[in-house]
Design a protein around this ligand. Structure first.
Ligand SMILES: [Zn+2]
Length: 293
């Protein structure tokens, strides 16, 4: 399942093919994915220019010259394939000569710059929507959504404001999309490990009695950004590797410090601990009982 860094990697891969180009043809091959496509989906896109391609949490947002925003979510298995007729693949380029059609190619965008972008989704938990730009913040996808973890908004002070008085375990508070949007299980485990915080500690323990962030709150904010940025950077390099093979954007295997390492020795120098697993809200948490207090 693509997490925030993978979605950001996909955004960076798609942007050169989409931004500044017009949709000349849109083929929608089925009426729905996870949700029905919006009415007259193809017609509302055709002829429109993509003026920018942004991201909010795990959603991609293509601003159109019509004033609408094409909202795209990859769900569990969504992926984009970018092809450009006649272009030979180059190292560092994500253009590929077109491959065969798949029954899971649900949307095919043809753009005025010659790029063809195919959306493929075997499990169909992804979706696309069209929302007028002024309604983006209040529409059903983004209303009540928490702050963006990769932006400057995330700081020790913000953590203090969001977590003050909360007895919820830190792990659950960090996964709560109404507080911080788009942080997934893997990256929460990694961030807590690097900060030396126990996943079951109360979220409110990062806030002083006067409502000020503790030192660990400042460190946690920085570590979350680092963990995500490192994964985006790793995705960027794998993006190029993938492109040479099949032109697929965005998925990468990343070796984590605690995630999925139950029973292995802790990687912290000098620590004799063993990575343990516990289940919180039905999901696995990996942590080092020696480093994370
Ligand atoms: Zn350890």
């Amino acid at each position: 399942m693509p997490e925030l860094p993978e979605v950001e990697t996909v955004r960076r891969g798609l942007a050169p093919a989409m931004v500044g180009a017009r949709f000349t043809k849109v083929a929608q091959n089925r009426p729905d994915l996870r949700f029905p496509f919006p009415e007259r989906f193809a017609k509302r896109l055709e002829g429109q220019e993509v003026t920018s391609l942004g991201r909010r949490a795990k959603y991609l947002l293509a601003d159109l010259s019509s004033g609408e925003v094409l909202v795209m979510h990859l769900g569990m298995s969504g992926r984009f394939l970018v092809t450009k007729d006649g272009a030979t693949a180059e190292p560092g380029s994500f253009y590929q000569t077109p491959g065969g059609q798949s029954p899971h190619d649900h949307v095919v965008f043809t753009l005025s710059n010659g790029a063809v972008i195919t959306y493929n989704d075997t499990r169909r938990f992804g979706f696309m929507d069209l929302v007028p730009r002024p309604e983006i913040a209040t529409c059903r996808h983004f209303a009540g959504m928490g702050i963006e973890p990769l932006g400057n908004e995330l700081s020790g002070e913000t953590i203090a404001r969001l977590f003050e008085g909360k007895r919820t375990p830190l792990k659950a508070a960090l996964l709560d999309q109404r507080l911080i949007a788009g942080l997934g299980n893997i990256y929460v485990c990694e961030a807590l490990f690097r900060t030396g915080l126990h996943p079951e500690a109360a979220a409110g323990s990062l806030v002083s009695k006067k409502g000020q962030p503790t030192q660990k709150a400042h460190v946690l904010a920085e570590v979350i950004r680092d963990v995500l940025n490192e994964a985006v950077a790793a995705g960027g390099s794998t993006l190029r590797d993938h492109a040479q093979v099949d032109g697929t954007l965005g998925y990468f295997q990343h070796r984590f410090k605690v995630y999925d390492r139950e029973g292995e020795a802790c990687v912290t120098p000098g620590c004799k601990g063993t990575v343990a697993r516990l289940v919180q809200s039905g999901r696995s948490t990996f942590y080092c009982p020696k480093c994370q207090k």
